[in-house]
Design a protein around this ligand. Structure first.
Ligand code: SF4
Ligand code: SF4
Length: 450
């Protein structure tokens, strides 16, 4: 069965938080949507996969669609990705595949699955719900490529990722999972000795500035991009701002102009997410003791996707509604308060595209130069590191449990850590042939043999 093969191969969502794919696909759905929109600036990975593996992606999409009994199989990507659309269209025609291409505008966050579902189906996903609630399953293009491999007996052992920013040569890499991030950076020729690193996209990726922390990072199943920036770049500075200062600024400088709300993608698909109200209320938040009152004032924060559009793009004062929402979500959790969910939101605007155009966003983020000079093209460098470090938690849910001991020899693709029986989790496989140097509950280190 398709989901068994996917489970055995350890496939998880390659473009997001790493939700185990066999669980997601244990469903029937009207739509199967393949997410190839790659909406964060500078990331090249999904586009590369679409160009290089279009036949494999199309073949797997048909299999998944049949498994889901989907009436519509749709590949959604930006209209401006002409070469990718050409490659996919050719593969669809050659295979006579019942797949439609859905061209999207060039805006952020076109690749947010809730925004994509709204655009493709016209239906808004319920607040804090999943696309299946409106008859859709969405998988990222990297996940579908991994599903193709799983259906051919290949577990997930490698990753494609782009390296860009302050580097001599922006590159596309194909690396075994667990490859040291520093090796990836070296392959692109870093221009700086000290830098800030964003693992992921500039909007939602995690920012690292401590060299020791960067040196400890290895490539995981969900890491699709590395972006090097000067330490003083405003994305690094913004990420380092202490929460106290963010809240103080919100209290003193918010104009209540509503730009953050009007541009909030979740507000636009009809969710109760009005960041300007959170910014207004944060002033007296510590005084609100009554749970009902707290939910009335701040419950909407639970609907924030943390896409960052409000703080990186919309706010004319450079304030951080996203971080205020993060804080409020934490406070809701601390108090055990569960905000009510609207099960059938209605989009406030039918056409969500146009406002946060990717090019304008790049300029506002101070990334335009990298974008203009970035051309990873069709070449891809294969790295073969001497050592890999494989964390056992590269997915949502419980960590996998090691099934091998230090000193044992493993082959690439052999099971290294198994998902606990009955738990939401995913298998981890050895990504190179070698000897296990060290293993504990968190990770295994394998040294290449020979
Ligand atoms: S981060 Fe800002 S723009 Fe994004 S969903 Fe949250 S409030 Fe809306
Ligand atoms: S956009 Fe900025 S200034 Fe305007 S309401 Fe939102 S947080 Fe306040």
């Amino acid at each position: 069965m398709l989901t068994d093969l996917i489970q055995q191969a350890g496939v998880v969502g390659a473009g997001g938080a790493g939700f185990p794919t066999h669980v997601k696909l244990n469903a029937k759905a009207e739509y199967f949507i393949l997410n190839a929109a790659e909406c964060e600036p500078l990331i090249e990975t999904d586009k590369y996969l679409c160009r290089q593996f279009a036949p494999e992606i199309v073949e797997a999409a048909v299999e998944i669609g049949a498994h889901l009994e989907a009436r519509h199989i749709v590949i959604a990507l930006k209209q401006k990705y002409r070469r990718e659309i050409e490659a996919l269209t050719r593969a669809i025609q050659e295979k006579h595949a019942p797949i439609a291409i859905f061209p999207m505008g060039s805006f952020y966050p076109a690749g947010d699955e809730q925004i994509m579902v709204q655009q493709v189906t016209g239906r808004s996903v319920p607040e804090r719900g999943i696309p299946l609630a409106v008859g859709a399953v969405v998988d990222n293009v990297g996940t579908v490529k991994n599903i193709y491999d799983a259906l051919h007996g290949e577990p997930v052992t490698e990753k494609f990722l782009s390296v860009t920013g302050e580097v001599a040569r922006p590159v596309m890499l194909q690396v075994p999972l667990g490859t040291p991030v520093l090796s990836c950076i070296q392959a692109a020729g870093p221009k700086l000795t000290e830098y800030a690193l964003i693992a992921g996209g500039p909007m939602m990726g995690k920012v690292y500035t401590d060299p020791a922390e960067i040196a400890a990072l290895s490539v995981t199943k969900t890491m699709g991009n590395l972006l090097l920036l000067p330490k003083g770049h405003h994305l690094a500075v913004q990420a380092a701002k202490p929460l106290k200062r963010i809240i103080r600024l919100a209290q003193s400088a918010c104009l209540q102009c509503r730009q953050c709300t009007d541009q909030c993608p979740r507000y636009r698909i009809g969710h109760d997410m009005q960041p300007h109200k959170m910014m207004r209320g944060i002033f007296w938040e510590p005084e609100v003791r009554d749970p009902e009152e707290y939910l009335r004032l701040f419950g909407g924060a639970a609907n924030c996707s943390e896409c960052g559009l409000c703080e990186m793009y919309a706010c004319p004062m450079g304030l951080s509604p996203r971080k205020v929402n993060q804080y409020l979500k934490g406070r809701l959790r601390e108090q055990g308060l569960d905000a009510p969910k609207n099960p059938s939101p209605q989009a406030r605007e039918a056409n969500l595209s146009g406002r946060a155009a990717t090019e304008r966003l790049e300029a506002r983020l101070g990334l335009r130069d990298y974008a203009l000079h970035h051309d990873a093209g069709d070449s891809c460098i294969l790295l073969q590191p001497e050592q890999v470090t494989l964390p056992f938690s590269q997915h949502i849910g419980k960590p996998a449990v090691p099934v091998k001991a230090a000193g044992e020899t493993v082959r690439r693709g052999e099971l290294l850590a198994a998902a606990p029986e009955g738990a939401l989790s995913a298998h981890i496989h050895a990504s190179i042939d070698g000897v296990i140097e060290r293993v504990d509950a968190q990770c295994a280190v394998i040294r290449r043999k020979g």
